[in-house]
Design a protein around this ligand. Sequence first.
Ligand code: FPP
Length: 233
Amino acid sequence: MSNIPKHIGVIMDGNGRWAKRRGLPRSAGHKAGADNLEKICDYCNSLGVKALTVYAFSTENWNRPKAEIDALMELLYNYLLTVEEKFRNRNMKLQISGDVTALSEKIQKAIVHAEEVTSSGDGMILNIALNYGGRAEIVNAARKSAEDVKSGKIRPEDIDEDYLGRYMYTSNLPEVDLIIRPSGEKRLSNFLLWQAAYAEFWYSDICWPDFGNDDMKQAILDYQNRDRRFGGV
Ligand code: FPP
């Protein structure tokens, strides 16, 4: 139980393949993925993980067929409606990271409500990356810093990593220690680009809906045996 990663990022990949192998529509894979997220949340919360960031919808996912986007949005909306009840006993807090202004008004309202009613939770923060892109996040931070220069709040030379970092969606969360990608792919796909600077990576061939507590345990045990030097010796 010692050296538990404070902040874990998960690319919930492989839902489509999971569904295809079972002759089910892709939306059934996403539903199974959302169900699995609940199980993994409970497990991470019980271990004392402070924050779990999950990639639910990227800025590139708008390129998917409309029916799949609609199904994903409906799934997210229904999930947001259940957060108040689900998170209460677990003492968990919800955070959404990404450009939510592109989402429907119905979803935006549900986000505000879900974040508000869970804001006093002092257990794990579930941070859902929604309409999120790592590059867009950095562009947004650069733009805000430029505005600060323009308004005379700071000088260009005042912009450093700490300054830019304060404009990242995750500025309130601990550094990302571990990034997990199931389903066999080995790339970041625009996830937590800024935050991944010194994160450890763990890959697995298992599709996300089948990624169980034992797999998470394996990833954490492996992480605990890494020698993290942060550029030192
Ligand atoms: C990638 O797998 C997964 C997504 C783009 C969506 C992930 C979303 C969920 C698991 C639902 C989240 C819901 C809540 C409630 C937070 P893929 O579809 O690209 O899989 P494939 O590579 O096998 O096709």
